[in-house]
Write a protein of this length. Structure first.
Length: 420
Protein backbone atom coordinates (compact mmCIF):
# COMPACT_ATOMS: atom_id res chain seq x y z
CA UNK A 1 0.00 0.00 0.00
CA UNK A 2 1.48 3.34 -1.04
CA UNK A 3 0.27 6.94 -1.02
CA UNK A 4 1.74 9.98 -2.78
CA UNK A 5 0.68 13.59 -2.42
CA UNK A 6 2.05 16.33 -4.65
CA UNK A 7 1.84 20.13 -4.85
CA UNK A 8 3.36 22.48 -7.41
CA UNK A 9 3.23 26.28 -7.35
CA UNK A 10 4.47 27.55 -10.71
CA UNK A 11 4.89 31.18 -11.73
CA UNK A 12 6.24 32.66 -14.92
CA UNK A 13 6.61 36.27 -16.09
CA UNK A 14 7.61 37.37 -19.58
CA UNK A 15 8.19 40.80 -21.08
CA UNK A 16 8.61 41.57 -24.75
CA UNK A 17 9.51 44.70 -26.72
CA UNK A 18 9.37 44.53 -30.52
CA UNK A 19 10.36 47.37 -32.80
CA UNK A 20 10.13 46.94 -36.58
CA UNK A 21 11.31 49.43 -39.23
CA UNK A 22 10.75 49.07 -42.97
CA UNK A 23 12.85 50.72 -45.71
CA UNK A 24 12.78 50.92 -49.49
CA UNK A 25 15.86 49.97 -51.57
CA UNK A 26 17.14 53.55 -51.18
CA UNK A 27 16.89 53.15 -47.39
CA UNK A 28 14.06 55.65 -47.08
CA UNK A 29 11.75 54.88 -44.18
CA UNK A 30 8.43 53.33 -45.19
CA UNK A 31 6.79 52.14 -41.99
CA UNK A 32 7.40 51.83 -38.28
CA UNK A 33 5.82 49.60 -35.62
CA UNK A 34 6.51 49.39 -31.90
CA UNK A 35 4.77 47.42 -29.13
CA UNK A 36 5.34 45.98 -25.66
CA UNK A 37 3.75 43.01 -23.87
CA UNK A 38 3.62 41.70 -20.32
CA UNK A 39 2.63 38.05 -19.79
CA UNK A 40 2.10 36.24 -16.50
CA UNK A 41 1.12 32.68 -15.66
CA UNK A 42 0.33 31.25 -12.23
CA UNK A 43 -0.43 27.55 -11.99
CA UNK A 44 -1.12 25.47 -8.91
CA UNK A 45 -1.25 21.68 -9.12
CA UNK A 46 -2.60 19.43 -6.39
CA UNK A 47 -2.64 15.65 -6.71
CA UNK A 48 -2.97 12.62 -4.49
CA UNK A 49 -2.97 8.93 -5.30
CA UNK A 50 -3.36 5.68 -3.41
CA UNK A 51 -2.11 2.35 -4.80
CA UNK A 52 -2.63 -1.18 -3.52
CA UNK A 53 -0.87 -4.37 -4.69
CA UNK A 54 -1.28 -7.96 -3.54
CA UNK A 55 -1.29 -11.57 -4.72
CA UNK A 56 -4.25 -13.91 -5.10
CA UNK A 57 -2.66 -17.32 -5.49
CA UNK A 58 -0.59 -17.15 -8.67
CA UNK A 59 -2.23 -13.93 -9.80
CA UNK A 60 -0.92 -10.41 -9.13
CA UNK A 61 -3.55 -7.77 -8.45
CA UNK A 62 -3.25 -3.99 -8.38
CA UNK A 63 -5.69 -1.12 -7.97
CA UNK A 64 -5.59 2.56 -7.22
CA UNK A 65 -7.33 5.91 -7.00
CA UNK A 66 -6.11 9.35 -7.99
CA UNK A 67 -7.44 12.90 -7.76
CA UNK A 68 -5.75 15.90 -9.39
CA UNK A 69 -6.69 19.57 -9.39
CA UNK A 70 -5.23 22.33 -11.57
CA UNK A 71 -5.86 26.08 -11.17
CA UNK A 72 -4.16 28.26 -13.77
CA UNK A 73 -4.48 32.05 -14.13
CA UNK A 74 -2.83 33.55 -17.20
CA UNK A 75 -2.79 37.15 -18.35
CA UNK A 76 -1.40 39.15 -21.25
CA UNK A 77 -1.23 42.96 -21.35
CA UNK A 78 -0.54 44.46 -24.78
CA UNK A 79 0.68 48.05 -25.21
CA UNK A 80 1.12 50.01 -28.44
CA UNK A 81 4.05 52.41 -28.18
CA UNK A 82 3.55 55.84 -29.74
CA UNK A 83 6.08 58.64 -29.26
CA UNK A 84 7.57 56.74 -26.34
CA UNK A 85 4.22 56.37 -24.53
CA UNK A 86 2.53 53.05 -23.66
CA UNK A 87 -1.09 52.83 -24.83
CA UNK A 88 -3.03 49.85 -23.44
CA UNK A 89 -4.64 47.78 -26.22
CA UNK A 90 -7.81 46.15 -24.85
CA UNK A 91 -8.42 44.14 -28.04
CA UNK A 92 -5.14 42.23 -27.68
CA UNK A 93 -5.12 41.90 -23.87
CA UNK A 94 -6.90 39.24 -21.85
CA UNK A 95 -7.07 37.27 -18.61
CA UNK A 96 -7.72 33.52 -18.85
CA UNK A 97 -8.85 31.44 -15.86
CA UNK A 98 -8.59 27.67 -16.16
CA UNK A 99 -9.67 24.94 -13.74
CA UNK A 100 -9.41 21.19 -14.19
CA UNK A 101 -10.26 18.29 -11.89
CA UNK A 102 -9.67 14.64 -12.74
CA UNK A 103 -10.96 11.67 -10.74
CA UNK A 104 -9.35 8.38 -11.79
CA UNK A 105 -9.33 4.75 -10.72
CA UNK A 106 -7.79 1.59 -12.10
CA UNK A 107 -7.52 -2.16 -11.64
CA UNK A 108 -5.03 -4.57 -13.21
CA UNK A 109 -4.28 -8.28 -13.01
CA UNK A 110 -1.27 -10.21 -14.27
CA UNK A 111 -0.05 -13.78 -14.24
CA UNK A 112 2.91 -15.81 -15.45
CA UNK A 113 2.71 -19.56 -16.04
CA UNK A 114 4.66 -22.01 -18.17
CA UNK A 115 5.58 -20.04 -21.30
CA UNK A 116 2.85 -17.41 -20.96
CA UNK A 117 2.90 -13.90 -19.51
CA UNK A 118 -0.33 -11.86 -19.43
CA UNK A 119 -1.54 -8.56 -18.02
CA UNK A 120 -4.94 -6.85 -18.24
CA UNK A 121 -5.93 -3.45 -16.96
CA UNK A 122 -8.75 -0.92 -16.99
CA UNK A 123 -8.62 2.73 -15.96
CA UNK A 124 -11.55 5.14 -15.77
CA UNK A 125 -11.26 8.94 -15.69
CA UNK A 126 -13.87 11.60 -14.98
CA UNK A 127 -12.67 15.03 -16.16
CA UNK A 128 -14.25 18.36 -15.30
CA UNK A 129 -12.66 21.45 -16.83
CA UNK A 130 -13.59 25.09 -17.26
CA UNK A 131 -11.86 27.93 -19.11
CA UNK A 132 -12.97 31.55 -18.90
CA UNK A 133 -11.78 34.45 -21.05
CA UNK A 134 -12.44 37.59 -19.00
CA UNK A 135 -12.14 40.20 -21.77
CA UNK A 136 -14.04 38.13 -24.36
CA UNK A 137 -16.73 37.13 -21.83
CA UNK A 138 -16.50 33.54 -23.03
CA UNK A 139 -16.60 30.36 -20.93
CA UNK A 140 -15.73 26.90 -22.18
CA UNK A 141 -16.85 23.99 -19.95
CA UNK A 142 -16.30 20.29 -20.65
CA UNK A 143 -17.19 17.27 -18.50
CA UNK A 144 -16.55 13.75 -19.76
CA UNK A 145 -15.87 10.19 -18.66
CA UNK A 146 -13.56 7.81 -20.55
CA UNK A 147 -12.37 4.22 -20.11
CA UNK A 148 -8.81 3.18 -20.96
CA UNK A 149 -8.25 -0.58 -21.30
CA UNK A 150 -4.80 -2.17 -21.65
CA UNK A 151 -3.83 -5.71 -22.60
CA UNK A 152 -0.52 -7.54 -22.86
CA UNK A 153 0.20 -11.16 -23.75
CA UNK A 154 3.53 -12.87 -24.45
CA UNK A 155 4.51 -16.42 -25.34
CA UNK A 156 8.01 -17.90 -25.12
CA UNK A 157 8.17 -20.48 -27.92
CA UNK A 158 11.71 -21.50 -26.99
CA UNK A 159 14.84 -20.04 -25.49
CA UNK A 160 15.51 -18.15 -28.73
CA UNK A 161 12.02 -17.09 -29.80
CA UNK A 162 9.51 -14.85 -28.03
CA UNK A 163 6.34 -13.18 -29.35
CA UNK A 164 4.35 -10.48 -27.55
CA UNK A 165 1.34 -8.28 -28.28
CA UNK A 166 0.13 -5.27 -26.38
CA UNK A 167 -2.69 -2.76 -26.75
CA UNK A 168 -3.39 0.45 -24.90
CA UNK A 169 -5.89 3.28 -25.07
CA UNK A 170 -4.29 6.54 -23.91
CA UNK A 171 -5.19 10.17 -23.36
CA UNK A 172 -3.07 13.27 -24.02
CA UNK A 173 -4.29 16.56 -22.54
CA UNK A 174 -3.18 19.96 -23.90
CA UNK A 175 -0.55 22.08 -22.19
CA UNK A 176 -1.97 24.92 -20.10
CA UNK A 177 -0.26 27.58 -22.22
CA UNK A 178 -1.82 26.13 -25.38
CA UNK A 179 -5.29 26.83 -23.94
CA UNK A 180 -4.66 30.55 -23.41
CA UNK A 181 -6.56 32.62 -26.04
CA UNK A 182 -3.70 35.11 -26.42
CA UNK A 183 -1.65 36.23 -29.38
CA UNK A 184 2.12 36.17 -28.91
CA UNK A 185 3.65 38.33 -31.64
CA UNK A 186 7.02 37.76 -33.27
CA UNK A 187 6.29 40.90 -35.28
CA UNK A 188 3.04 42.55 -36.33
CA UNK A 189 2.64 40.06 -39.22
CA UNK A 190 3.69 36.86 -37.47
CA UNK A 191 2.15 35.53 -34.26
CA UNK A 192 1.13 32.39 -32.42
CA UNK A 193 -2.12 32.01 -30.52
CA UNK A 194 -3.60 29.63 -28.01
CA UNK A 195 -6.90 27.82 -28.36
CA UNK A 196 -9.30 27.44 -25.39
CA UNK A 197 -11.40 25.01 -27.47
CA UNK A 198 -8.67 22.36 -27.50
CA UNK A 199 -9.80 18.94 -26.34
CA UNK A 200 -7.79 16.02 -25.05
CA UNK A 201 -6.74 13.54 -27.73
CA UNK A 202 -7.31 9.81 -27.26
CA UNK A 203 -5.14 7.25 -29.06
CA UNK A 204 -5.26 3.50 -29.59
CA UNK A 205 -1.83 1.85 -29.78
CA UNK A 206 -1.19 -1.65 -31.11
CA UNK A 207 2.22 -3.32 -31.00
CA UNK A 208 3.46 -6.76 -32.06
CA UNK A 209 6.97 -7.66 -30.88
CA UNK A 210 9.24 -10.53 -31.86
CA UNK A 211 12.50 -11.14 -29.99
CA UNK A 212 15.25 -13.47 -31.17
CA UNK A 213 17.87 -14.74 -28.71
CA UNK A 214 16.96 -11.93 -26.30
CA UNK A 215 19.10 -9.63 -28.43
CA UNK A 216 17.27 -8.88 -31.69
CA UNK A 217 13.96 -7.07 -31.33
CA UNK A 218 11.41 -6.37 -34.10
CA UNK A 219 8.37 -4.18 -33.40
CA UNK A 220 5.46 -3.83 -35.80
CA UNK A 221 3.15 -1.06 -34.60
CA UNK A 222 0.04 0.91 -35.53
CA UNK A 223 -1.18 4.00 -33.69
CA UNK A 224 -4.51 5.67 -34.23
CA UNK A 225 -3.83 9.06 -32.62
CA UNK A 226 -7.39 10.32 -33.14
CA UNK A 227 -7.85 14.09 -32.80
CA UNK A 228 -4.20 14.67 -32.05
CA UNK A 229 -3.15 18.16 -30.89
CA UNK A 230 -0.85 19.74 -33.49
CA UNK A 231 0.69 23.11 -34.23
CA UNK A 232 -0.81 24.36 -37.49
CA UNK A 233 0.41 27.43 -39.36
CA UNK A 234 -1.84 29.47 -41.66
CA UNK A 235 -1.15 32.51 -43.81
CA UNK A 236 -3.79 35.17 -44.49
CA UNK A 237 -2.84 36.43 -47.95
CA UNK A 238 -5.07 39.52 -47.74
CA UNK A 239 -4.00 40.70 -44.28
CA UNK A 240 -0.44 39.44 -44.92
CA UNK A 241 -0.24 37.68 -41.58
CA UNK A 242 1.13 34.32 -40.53
CA UNK A 243 -0.37 32.70 -37.46
CA UNK A 244 0.54 29.53 -35.60
CA UNK A 245 -2.24 27.90 -33.58
CA UNK A 246 -2.68 24.67 -31.61
CA UNK A 247 -5.62 22.70 -33.00
CA UNK A 248 -7.15 19.25 -32.86
CA UNK A 249 -6.63 17.54 -36.19
CA UNK A 250 -9.40 15.48 -37.77
CA UNK A 251 -7.36 12.31 -38.02
CA UNK A 252 -3.85 11.16 -37.16
CA UNK A 253 -2.19 7.82 -37.85
CA UNK A 254 1.27 6.30 -37.72
CA UNK A 255 2.61 2.83 -38.38
CA UNK A 256 5.99 1.27 -38.91
CA UNK A 257 8.55 -1.39 -38.19
CA UNK A 258 11.33 -0.90 -35.61
CA UNK A 259 14.51 -2.91 -35.12
CA UNK A 260 16.80 -2.84 -32.07
CA UNK A 261 20.00 -4.76 -31.38
CA UNK A 262 22.83 -4.21 -28.93
CA UNK A 263 25.95 -6.26 -28.30
CA UNK A 264 29.53 -6.15 -27.06
CA UNK A 265 31.73 -6.33 -30.14
CA UNK A 266 34.88 -6.31 -28.00
CA UNK A 267 35.40 -6.26 -24.26
CA UNK A 268 36.00 -2.52 -24.56
CA UNK A 269 33.36 -1.78 -27.24
CA UNK A 270 29.56 -1.94 -26.85
CA UNK A 271 27.38 -0.96 -29.81
CA UNK A 272 23.63 -0.54 -30.17
CA UNK A 273 21.75 0.03 -33.42
CA UNK A 274 18.16 1.20 -33.77
CA UNK A 275 16.36 1.51 -37.10
CA UNK A 276 12.78 2.40 -37.99
CA UNK A 277 10.81 2.54 -41.22
CA UNK A 278 7.55 4.38 -40.61
CA UNK A 279 4.64 6.38 -41.99
CA UNK A 280 3.14 9.48 -40.35
CA UNK A 281 0.03 11.38 -41.42
CA UNK A 282 -2.26 14.08 -40.04
CA UNK A 283 -5.47 15.38 -41.61
CA UNK A 284 -6.76 18.84 -40.66
CA UNK A 285 -9.03 21.65 -41.81
CA UNK A 286 -7.14 24.21 -43.92
CA UNK A 287 -9.04 27.20 -42.51
CA UNK A 288 -7.48 29.73 -44.91
CA UNK A 289 -8.35 27.64 -47.98
CA UNK A 290 -12.18 27.50 -47.73
CA UNK A 291 -11.92 24.69 -45.18
CA UNK A 292 -10.86 21.75 -47.33
CA UNK A 293 -9.38 18.75 -45.59
CA UNK A 294 -5.62 18.50 -46.09
CA UNK A 295 -3.48 15.47 -45.24
CA UNK A 296 0.16 16.03 -44.35
CA UNK A 297 1.95 12.70 -44.63
CA UNK A 298 5.44 11.32 -44.87
CA UNK A 299 7.23 7.98 -45.34
CA UNK A 300 10.52 8.12 -43.48
CA UNK A 301 13.55 6.28 -42.15
CA UNK A 302 15.24 6.73 -38.79
CA UNK A 303 18.62 5.22 -37.96
CA UNK A 304 20.85 5.59 -34.91
CA UNK A 305 24.12 3.98 -33.85
CA UNK A 306 25.51 4.28 -30.33
CA UNK A 307 29.04 3.21 -29.40
CA UNK A 308 30.23 2.95 -25.79
CA UNK A 309 34.01 2.64 -25.40
CA UNK A 310 36.23 1.65 -22.46
CA UNK A 311 39.56 3.27 -23.34
CA UNK A 312 41.62 2.05 -20.39
CA UNK A 313 42.13 -1.27 -18.64
CA UNK A 314 41.25 0.18 -15.23
CA UNK A 315 37.87 1.57 -16.49
CA UNK A 316 38.81 5.15 -15.64
CA UNK A 317 38.83 6.46 -19.22
CA UNK A 318 35.70 6.02 -21.34
CA UNK A 319 33.92 7.58 -24.27
CA UNK A 320 30.91 7.37 -26.54
CA UNK A 321 30.13 8.13 -30.17
CA UNK A 322 26.54 8.59 -31.35
CA UNK A 323 25.22 8.98 -34.88
CA UNK A 324 21.62 9.34 -35.98
CA UNK A 325 19.82 10.12 -39.23
CA UNK A 326 16.17 11.03 -39.90
CA UNK A 327 15.22 11.15 -43.57
CA UNK A 328 12.09 13.34 -43.29
CA UNK A 329 9.43 14.19 -40.76
CA UNK A 330 6.20 16.14 -40.29
CA UNK A 331 5.37 18.61 -37.55
CA UNK A 332 1.73 19.66 -37.72
CA UNK A 333 1.21 21.36 -41.07
CA UNK A 334 4.96 21.53 -41.74
CA UNK A 335 7.37 19.11 -43.33
CA UNK A 336 11.05 19.15 -42.47
CA UNK A 337 14.13 18.07 -44.40
CA UNK A 338 16.43 15.24 -43.38
CA UNK A 339 18.48 15.52 -40.18
CA UNK A 340 21.94 14.13 -39.50
CA UNK A 341 23.78 14.32 -36.19
CA UNK A 342 27.19 13.10 -35.01
CA UNK A 343 28.28 13.66 -31.39
CA UNK A 344 30.91 12.24 -29.06
CA UNK A 345 32.05 12.47 -25.45
CA UNK A 346 35.09 11.56 -23.31
CA UNK A 347 35.28 11.03 -19.54
CA UNK A 348 38.33 10.51 -17.31
CA UNK A 349 38.06 9.55 -13.63
CA UNK A 350 40.75 10.77 -11.24
CA UNK A 351 41.91 10.20 -7.66
CA UNK A 352 40.19 6.82 -7.15
CA UNK A 353 36.95 8.00 -8.74
CA UNK A 354 36.69 11.04 -6.50
CA UNK A 355 36.92 13.43 -9.46
CA UNK A 356 36.02 13.38 -13.14
CA UNK A 357 36.82 15.58 -16.12
CA UNK A 358 34.73 15.37 -19.26
CA UNK A 359 34.55 16.66 -22.81
CA UNK A 360 31.42 16.57 -24.96
CA UNK A 361 31.02 17.76 -28.56
CA UNK A 362 27.50 17.87 -29.98
CA UNK A 363 26.34 18.09 -33.61
CA UNK A 364 29.87 18.13 -35.00
CA UNK A 365 28.85 19.00 -38.57
CA UNK A 366 26.09 21.46 -37.55
CA UNK A 367 23.47 19.51 -39.52
CA UNK A 368 20.64 19.22 -36.98
CA UNK A 369 18.88 22.52 -37.73
CA UNK A 370 16.82 22.18 -40.93
CA UNK A 371 14.15 24.23 -42.77
CA UNK A 372 10.43 23.59 -42.28
CA UNK A 373 7.93 24.28 -45.06
CA UNK A 374 4.33 23.77 -46.18
CA UNK A 375 2.80 24.06 -49.65
CA UNK A 376 -0.83 23.40 -50.59
CA UNK A 377 -3.68 25.42 -52.09
CA UNK A 378 -3.06 29.10 -51.35
CA UNK A 379 -0.54 28.29 -48.61
CA UNK A 380 3.20 28.54 -49.27
CA UNK A 381 5.38 29.39 -46.27
CA UNK A 382 8.19 28.11 -44.14
CA UNK A 383 11.00 29.10 -41.85
CA UNK A 384 14.52 28.13 -40.89
CA UNK A 385 15.25 28.46 -37.20
CA UNK A 386 18.86 27.93 -36.24
CA UNK A 387 19.19 26.94 -32.57
CA UNK A 388 22.62 26.38 -31.06
CA UNK A 389 22.77 22.62 -31.48
CA UNK A 390 26.53 22.48 -32.07
CA UNK A 391 28.49 22.87 -28.86
CA UNK A 392 31.62 21.95 -26.92
CA UNK A 393 31.25 21.31 -23.18
CA UNK A 394 34.11 20.81 -20.74
CA UNK A 395 33.25 19.64 -17.23
CA UNK A 396 34.89 18.93 -13.90
CA UNK A 397 33.18 17.08 -11.04
CA UNK A 398 34.54 16.56 -7.54
CA UNK A 399 32.85 14.24 -5.01
CA UNK A 400 33.14 15.17 -1.32
CA UNK A 401 32.68 12.96 1.73
CA UNK A 402 31.60 9.34 1.41
CA UNK A 403 30.34 9.57 -2.17
CA UNK A 404 29.80 5.79 -2.41
CA UNK A 405 26.66 6.05 -0.27
CA UNK A 406 23.29 5.90 -2.04
CA UNK A 407 19.99 7.43 -0.95
CA UNK A 408 16.34 6.58 -1.39
CA UNK A 409 15.51 9.63 -3.49
CA UNK A 410 12.41 9.09 -5.58
CA UNK A 411 10.89 11.03 -8.42
CA UNK A 412 7.47 12.40 -7.47
CA UNK A 413 6.75 14.17 -10.73
CA UNK A 414 3.21 14.02 -12.09
CA UNK A 415 1.62 13.99 -15.53
CA UNK A 416 0.09 17.38 -14.72
CA UNK A 417 3.55 18.94 -14.28
CA UNK A 418 4.60 17.86 -17.75
CA UNK A 419 1.90 20.13 -19.19
CA UNK A 420 3.43 23.32 -17.80
Amino acid sequence: LSAVFHFTDYKQNQEQRVTTRYFDPEENGLNFNDFYTQAEQKTRIYSGKLDFETNFGKMNFGSGLKVSRVDSDSGLNFFDIENGSLNFNTMLSDLFLYEETVFAGYIEISRKWNKWNTKLGLRGEQTERSGESVSMLETNDRNYFELFPTAYIAYQFSENHRLAFDYGRKIDRPNYEALNPFKYFIDEHNFKSGNPNLTASISNDFNLNYTYKKAYSFDLYFRDNGNNIAKLVFQDNEAMTLRSVQMNVQDSKSYGLDFLHGRSIKKWWYAQVYASIFHEEETYWAVESDFPLVTNEMDALYFSLYNGLDLSKDDTFSGDLTLYYLSDFIEGSYKMHDIFNLSFGLRKKLWKNRAEISLRVGDIFNTTAVPLYTTYGNQDNGFFSHPENRYIKVGFKLNFGNFHLSDNERSNGTEERKRL
